[in-house]
Design a binder for this molecule. Structure first.
Ligand code: PMP
Length: 455
């Protein structure tokens, strides 16, 4: 694809727009790619290049771009009632309908929903509500949270603290007290000579060790993403999640599954915890909830927590746009699309396995891939200098960034996270589009390996 960009837009952007998580030097050198349109699994830039979006926006456009149905629903709701709040003992039909709709797809007794606008706000809500819950139970000292290294739960101050991203903690000392982190279940990085199954138990044991170290009486909850997305698609080996759930139950700490990426069909189940066969007490969700068409998030609570919260009187927590009527209407219609088109089953039985077999093919062809991680429609390719010795690239090699940029030149968006390439396409992706993705990644990996001096 062409390298020329729309210069005046780029100049204005560089002068006035602070980009999240972007390197200013690289922005100054190369400018931004201005995305102007999108349809299906493709986005189009200001030079008219069509690019296959292997990241579904930012892990969110599960039903693909260009859904007129969602546009129509939003327009109708805007005309009828663009906004009303839910603070004054008031509600709107779309909020009511969405809460009920969600209760039909969430596992077990996660039947009660608090609405927010982003994954970060959802996780701030998790922290406040879990602490409030223990307060009401007469155990106010149970306030600490345990997360994991390389976990990502958002970018507000509390969500940054909850997550385990060191570079985020380091920026302006952005951490609050009361947050602890344990080892991430990254077999390739930490497994040594252990089998994946042995390693799963060891990584889960880190939770119990931490609980014993700081005392269960001080801990509100453990939080984890079913597969750690922003950490580099760290998918735990079999046995990890059931063991984590058992340890949480044993020590009476709440189990929170952050479904912001894994929810809404990504792993071939409605929610990622179902893929791993575990039942959380609290479940934040966002992104795929509205496929990114409008901002919305929610936190699901179990019957038990809901009852305790209700007994405690007014909830002193909420956002002006909690349950925004237009976002609720769009989320509801988005869930209808996922169900009507059978996208959850489609991932499980068709495109998940098809994508994974394409990636297995890449693994056979490229020794720069040390490991293929993830499951179904969420995948990570760990890049290594040597597969045999698991020798990583040096940080200065910028291996994943180089590979990402080459793939983009070929018309494929993948994300570089640490030393992994990440793939998370819309769930509507066709076999032909997966073939195109694999072909482009194949060529990109070959070129990257050559540029990194591997052949
Ligand atoms: N949790 C997880 C697992 C996420 O991946 C993200 C965002 N990538 C968030 C929370 C935060 O969501 P948001 O960016 O909408 O605040």
């Amino acid at each position: 694809i062409t390298q020329t960009r729309t210069a005046h837009l780029q100049a204005i952007d560089a002068a006035h727009h602070i980009h999240p998580f972007c390197d200013p030097k690289s922005l100054a050198e190369r400018g931004t790619r201005v995305i102007t349109k999108a349809d299906g699994c493709y986005v189009e830039d200001s030079d008219g290049n069509r690019i296959l979006d292997g990241m579904a926006g930012l892990w969110c456009v599960n039903v693909g771009y260009g859904r007129q149905e969602l546009v129509d629903v939003a327009a109708r709701q805007m005309e009828e009632l663009p906004f009303y709040n839910s603070f004054f003992q008031s509600s709107t039909p779309s909020q009511i309908a969405l809460a009920e709709r969600l209760s039909k797809i969430t596992p077990g007794d996660l039947n009660h929903f608090f609405f927010a606008n982003s994954g970060s706000e959802a996780n701030d809500t998790v922290i406040r509500m879990a602490r409030h819950y223990w307060h009401l139970k007469g155990k106010p000292e149970k306030y600490k949270f345990i997360g994991r290294h390389l976990g990502y739960h958002g970018s507000t101050l509390a969500a940054t603290s909850l997550g385990g991203m060191k570079h985020m903690h380091d920026m302006g000392s952005s951490t609050l007290p009361g947050f602890e982190h344990i080892m991430e279940p990254h077999w390739f990085a930490h497994g040594g000579n252990l089998s994946p199954e042995q390693f799963a138990l060891r990584a889960a044991q880190a939770l119990e060790d931490k609980i014993l170290e700081i005392g269960a009486d001080n801990i509100a909850a453990f939080i984890g993403e079913p597969i750690q997305g922003a950490g580099g698609v760290i998918s735990p080996p079999p046995g990890y999640w059931p063991e984590i759930e058992r340890i949480c139950r044993k020590h009476d700490i709440l189990f929170v599954s952050d479904e912001v990426i894994c929810g809404f069909g990504r792993l071939g189940e409605w929610f990622g915890c179902q893929y791993y066969g575990v039942q959380p007490d609290i479940m934040p969700m966002a992104k795929g909830m509205s496929s990114g068409y409008l901002p919305i998030s929610a936190v699901a609570f179990s019957d038990r927590i809901f009852e305790t919260l209700n007994e405690g009187g007014p909830i002193s927590h909420g956002y002006t746009y909690s349950g925004h009527p237009v976002s609720c209407a769009v989320a509801h219609a988005n869930i209808d699309i996922i169900e009507r088109e059978g996208l959850v089953e489609r991932v499980r039985n068709d495109i998940g396995p098809y994508l994974q077999s394409g990636l297995a093919h890449l693994y056979e062809r490229h020794s720069i891939i040390g490991e293929v991680r993830g499951a179904q429609a969420l995948a990570g390719l760990q890049l290594v200098r040597s597969r045999d010795t698991r020798e990583p690239f040096a940080a200065e090699d910028n291996a994943a960034m180089i590979c990402r940029d080459i793939c983009l030149e070929k018309g494929l968006i993948m994300r570089a996270v640490g030393q992994a390439m990440v793939i998370c396409p819309p769930l509507t992706i066709t076999h032909a589009e997966i073939d195109e993705m694999i072909d482009k990644a194949d060529a990109g990996l070959r070129e990257a390996a050559s540029r990194l001096g591997l052949d």
